[in-house]
Design a binder for this molecule. Sequence first.
Ligand SMILES: Cc1ncc(COP(=O)(O)O)c(C=O)c1O
Length: 393
Amino acid sequence: MKNEEIIEQYNSAVIGSYGRLDLALESGSGEQGSSADGKTYIDFGSGIGTNSLGYADREWADAVSEQAHKVQHVSNYYYNSTAGAFAVRLTAMTGTDKLFFGNSGAEANECAIKIARKRSFDKYGDPNRTTIITLVNSFHGRTVTTLSATGQEHFHNYFFPFTPGFKYVEANNIEALREAIDGSVCAIMFEFIQGEGGVNVLEQSFVDEIFTLAKQYDLATVSDEVQTGVGRTAKLLAAEHFGVKPDIVTLAKGLGGGLPIGVCLTRGEYADVLTPGTHGSTFGGNPVVCAGGLVVLKRLSDPAFMDELQRKAAYFRQSLEALPRVRSVSGLGLMLGAELEGAAAADVLKAALDKGLLVLTAKTKLRCLPPLTITYEQIDAGMAILKEVLESI
Ligand SMILES: Cc1ncc(COP(=O)(O)O)c(C=O)c1O
């Protein structure tokens, strides 16, 4: 099938909830995706931070297919060693105690919200101590509750009524955070870097204040690392940049290397809040997904891989900063946003696509979330395309 035919077929049967670009990706290898017409694309987006090891990584693909040949799903009636091994490895790597398995970022956040609220209720027996403070401009998912948690008014539309119990505080506004805390609050939930919100990094002093207040008022700290986690910021968790240990951490996107997974990691007393019958997810802990995830974790446990990742991230940032029309670059590691001068990020994205580069936007910024395995050659080649686009737009 040709590119146009694939698009036409897809649109004839799939609900149009996305404004997609006119490109069907049909295969890929390493850091390059390919269309049905055989055109190749350097990838600075990795499926919005999801193909962490690039396209069809050999070790990852072998592990996934081997597991599919063994057993693909067992249900939550039973146990499975691949899922268990994944959980043990991930909790050990992140210094957490136990996790809950789901399939997406929104699902991981739903679980975090449930744990924070149930822990509060178990401890205080107060059905009104349920409010979760989240940040203005945050993004936590598309379910009705995670849309509620999302601190952007335009998401609070159409699907009324939204789940009550969220309060929004401006990021980095310590005074506003202090003022928002009253007897109804049970948790503070935040992204260390607001991804969809425009690649905005939280200030250290604000993060410190979250943890000070949480301790003072016995509130759960919930970090949504769906986008920032799994090596994206050149550390396993973005929390490591800030020297803090949230009670609850959610991960998804890059964790399965391109297969659907979302986990809610917990520490201490939060690990045993959910009891049989209080939460569930049919596909949670799927062995095929966990087999792929184990390869991602293995790669991220290799100090040489992490050192190289840090070097490449610094090189990527310098290259982006050196481009024409780039006023400033925000973000950490390989999660970067470029504020442009005299060019709209959406136009740059489209022009880059025509020239064979996949890139993303976040609000007014051009956003880059390349695979963690990107090579220096691919960085140079992608930056050359961006340079050409930015000079001609
Ligand atoms: C920080 C953050 N949380 C949650 C989500 C939702 O994840 P998912 O689309 O897997 O439900 C996203 C998706 O972009 C995200 O960036």
